[in-house]
Design a protein around this ligand. Structure first.
Ligand code: GLY
Length: 378
């Protein structure tokens, strides 16, 4: 069995697989080690919303990075289909955000104003205008913000497609093989030890999402559980992704709608509570009353990895040459995955990256552990 690689990626979620794809495409010999199955955690629990505008009231590195990542999806969907035959089901039909109260109304207006200021399409619609686009919407909302450039993908397919495309370019994937130790010495990384063997590489990238913090406790993240449901609805009940405080509805192919998601800091178990289901379904029916007739197909939970400032960690670990971290993508792992793959591959190749991103995302940006303030529900 091959033991020496150019890079070892620890974690086979959407982030690890996107990095593997970029590195393998650039001709490197890559090993991905996944303790369970590829994409089995948050990457497949996600509803796949590509919401790069709806939460931003001011310019920030995360906002810029999100814009750049969202812009990659159109070509990526074609590229991955050609490379793998997997359709990531990229849908570019926009997101509507709803307000039910005055305070939320003000927030949507402020988001619209900022987005327009930076040249992004963002429109405050009357409820009549919104209902012309989506007839199944309730009449009882106070405001609607429409963001036509946002969209969505099938999150499990995206992770599968990245990993298959990476393996077509020579990346090696080991599933059910847990990394138990980083092999380091003389200020550099040498490899990793798993439950099965030791593997060696000049560069190791930790992309373990909400898990695997024991490998690098200094860059731990706060787990934030999210519970989701899948509903079966009449075809084309609505096509735009619908989003309000505490709930979003993402229409999928074949008359399915994913309803997400709760936000429970500190929980890592995957049970789905009656209270969360009740809350999500009540919110969902508030916005689309006809959902009362939908069938419940399934429910699940995933664990998001949050950092204190809700920006991902993407960079080299100080003092250990060749050791990198790419985790903490919190609520935006799917959205940020394409750009993260390119960014990390550039860092690893020592290509120049934007100084603004470098400073914002570097792993040692927090002087102290401020995790307590992360993960508050929105
Ligand atoms: N990306 C949406 C969520 O984390 O719930």
């Amino acid at each position: 069995m091959k033991k020496r690689f150019d890079q070892i990626i620890v974690g086979g979620g959407v982030i690890g697989c996107s990095i593997a794809y970029q590195l393998a495409k650039r001709g490197y010999q890559v090993l991905v080690l996944e303790r369970n199955q590829i994409g089995c955690e948050a990457s497949s629990a996600a509803a796949g919303m590509l919401g790069a505008q709806g939460e931003f009231l001011e310019n920030s590195s995360l906002f810029q990075f999100a814009q750049e990542s969202r812009a990659l999806f159109k070509d990526l969907s074609i590229e991955l289909l050609e490379e793998t035959g997997i359709d990531i089901q990229y849908i570019h039909k926009g997101i509507m955000k709803f307000a039910f109260q005055q305070q939320q109304h003000h927030k949507l207006t402020a988001i619209a104003a900022f987005q327009q200021e930076v040249g992004n399409p963002a429109y405050m619609l009357s409820i009549e205008e919104a209902r012309e686009m989506e007839a199944s919407l309730t009449e009882h909302v106070s405001a609607v913000l429409y963001l036509p450039n946002d969209g969505q993908v099938c999150a499990p397919n995206l992770t599968k497609a990245f990993s298959l495309a990476a393996s077509h370019h020579g990346a090696v994937f080991h599933e059910r093989e847990k990394v138990i130790e980083l092999i380091m010495g003389e200020g550099m990384i040498h490899g990793v030890r798993t439950t099965e063997a030791a593997y060696y590489a000049g560069q190791v990238i930790i992309a373990t999402g909400a898990f695997g913090d024991e490998l690098l406790p200094d860059y731990a993240t706060l787990p934030v559980k999210g519970e989701c449901l899948s509903l079966e609805v009449e075809p084309d009940l609505f096509q735009t992704t619908l989003w309000m405080d505490g709930c979003y509805l993402v229409p999928k192919q074949g008359g399915k709608v994913i309803v997400g998601a709760s936000s429970i800091p500190g929980e890592t178990d995957k049970h789905v509570s009656v209270a969360s289901v009740h809350r999500l379904l009540s919110r969902a029916q508030e916005i689309v009353p006809k959902l009362a007739e939908a069938k419940i197909n399934g429910f699940w939970a995933g664990i998001r990895p949050a950092t204190a400032d809700e920006k991902p960690y993407m960079g080299e670990v100080p003092g250990v040459l060749g050791l990198y971290v790419a985790k903490g993508h919190y609520r935006n792992g799917i959205l940020l995955s394409p750009r993260t793959g390119i960014y990390m591959a550039d860092l690893i190749e020592n290509k120049p990256v934007h100084a603004y991103y470098y400073e914002s995302f570097k792993v040692n940006r927090h002087g102290s552990n401020k995790l307590a303030k992360a993960g508050e529900p929105k």
